[in-house]
Design a protein around this ligand. Structure first.
Ligand code: MN
Length: 218
């Protein structure tokens, strides 16, 4: 962070016909001067264990809000780590960064995973309602890989459900993955949420997901 070695890449999200880019997800990358590309699967867990994820998360949010101002029609999604979300000053930090950058909260989407909510129901719910009061949206990330608790879906005010890419990858070859995707889409839609499929890479996947009723694809 101090040496300015981090940067963000923006992965596009398109509408269900695949023709219009509707948003981006900010993904952090680190190019070390000696070690080269350090994969996020390596440095994010270390940042989480050392507590540096707080600083890193703030850097990512500020950068994404700053960059996002150049794309007035797009939603900008930012991942929030459990440690960040559990801080009592998290909502205040988000509010401060929105004010500092002048980014429109209606275009910001924060992505949480189920592990963020576990054992933390009361305070998580309160924080989520305060975040939504700022005007931003909340997405449940990697759905299908964790507990996939239906209670959580009912209780927490999520606007969007993101289907994990592991299901998308096998929809053409495994009928069980296809059945799970159909079930998640109808669940999300039934609860009034938008549904996004992650990791869509082929035209066949896009056709399948569109027919299944997914709203957007990443
Ligand atoms: Mn994500």
């Amino acid at each position: 962070i101090e040496n300015n070695e981090l940067r963000l890449l923006y992965q596009p999200l398109v509408n269900n016909s695949g023709e219009v880019v509707v948003g981006v997800e900010a993904l952090c990358r680190w190019t070390h001067p000696q070690r080269g590309e350090v994969p996020p699967s390596e440095f994010i867990p270390i940042a989480e264990h050392s507590g540096l994820i707080i600083e890193l998360g703030e850097w990512v949010l500020r950068r994404a809000c700053t960059d996002g101002k150049a794309w007035p029609k797009l939603t900008v999604a930012v991942n929030v780590s459990p440690l960040q979300f559990r801080r009592t000053d998290f909502v205040h930090t988000v509010e401060r960064i929105l004010a500092e950058t002048g980014f429109d909260p209606a275009r910001l989407e924060l992505e949480l995973t189920e592990s963020t909510l576990i054992g933390n129901i009361e305070t998580a719910e309160a924080a989520m309602r305060r975040l939504k009061a700022l005007g931003l949206r909340l997405a449940l990330d990697d759905f299908g890989t964790g507990y996939s608790s239906l209670l959580y879906l009912r209780r927490f005010p999520f606007d969007k459900l993101k289907i994990d890419q592991s299901f998308v990858r096998s929809i053409e070859t495994a009928s069980d993955a296809a059945a799970i995707v159909h079930a998640i889409v109808s669940l999300g839609r039934g609860l009034g949420m938008k549904v996004t499929a992650e990791g869509v890479e082929t035209a066949d996947q896009q056709l399948f997901l569109r027919a299944a009723g997914v709203h957007s694809m990443q």
